[in-house]
Design a protein around this ligand. Structure first.
Ligand SMILES: Nc1ncnc2c1ncn2[C@@H]1O[C@H](COP(=O)(O)OP(=O)(O)OP(=O)(O)O)[C@@H](O)[C@H]1O
Ligand SMILES: [Mg+2]
Length: 206
């Protein structure tokens, strides 16, 4: 992808430590909760804090945060919502049930109001929401038959004037947006643990 930032070449200590601080701030609601309600031996906040340690290599162009339950994923989504601007395209990758819609729902509610109903657009493939400064387009392309159908869904308008959240972007084949931010969800070691990986966010964050 043309917009991949290789931090192994471009990052210096300052940039890298700022990136770590931002991801730590993404986890702050969870950390604060862990401090208020310490659970001996199994603090989710501490697990998140520890999860940063192995990722401090400057050779990596991504950062990861661990979520131990859906509410933590939602808290991270709310922090990400505050970074968005019109024209952003966010690719939400990951297996079935890994947390993409949970993340998208919390992000949309943060922008459009907590009472906003956010059904998974499994059959409509796209759903739009009016946020104060832009329209949010939530795509779920799992059932896309042919990549070209993405044009009929309004992907061009979305990427020009809105914020696009795209679940199952792999279904677009080679019709990928010129630039995008990627968030990949994967299963962790425990039933409700998810690993959330942010790739290509460096230019957004600094
Ligand atoms: N830490 C977690 N973060 C997010 N979801 C979690 C977590 N732990 C458990 N879950 C559960 O996992 C499920 C995630 O479902 P969700 O619809 O968000 O996945 P998805 O990636 O959108 O799947 P699909 O590809 O089918 O659309 C929900 O039932 C949610 O409650
Ligand atoms: Mg989904």
């Amino acid at each position: 992808m043309e917009n991949v930032v290789d931090m192994s070449r471009k990052a210096d200590d300052g940039v890298f430590s700022r990136l770590l601080r931002l991801l730590q701030s993404l986890a702050m609601p969870v950390l604060a909760k862990a401090r208020n309600h310490p659970s001996p031996g199994s603090s989710p906040g501490l697990k998140i804090a520890r999860s940063f340690a192995p990722k401090q290599s400057r050779k990596l162009n991504f950062c990861e945060v661990k979520s131990q339950k859906p509410e933590e994923t939602a808290a991270i989504a709310r922090r990400v919502a505050s970074l968005l601007r019109s024209g952003d395209v966010i690719l939400l990758k990951g297996d079935l049930g890994s947390g993409k819609s949970t993340f998208a729902r919390a992000l949309i509610q943060a922008l459009c109001g907590e009472e906003t109903e956010v059904p998974s657009p499994t059959f409509t493939l796209v759903q739009t929401y009016d946020a104060p400064h832009f329209v949010v387009w939530h795509f779920d392309l799992y059932r896309l038959q042919h990549p070209e159908e993405i044009y009929e869904l309004g992907i061009e308008e979305a990427s020009l004037n809105g914020v696009s959240l795209i679940e199952w972007p792999e279904r677009m084949g080679v019709i990928m947006p010129r630039s995008s931010l990627e968030i990949e969800f994967s299963y962790g070691s425990y039933e409700n643990e998810r690993i959330i990986r942010f790739t290509d966010w460096k230019d957004r964050l600094f």
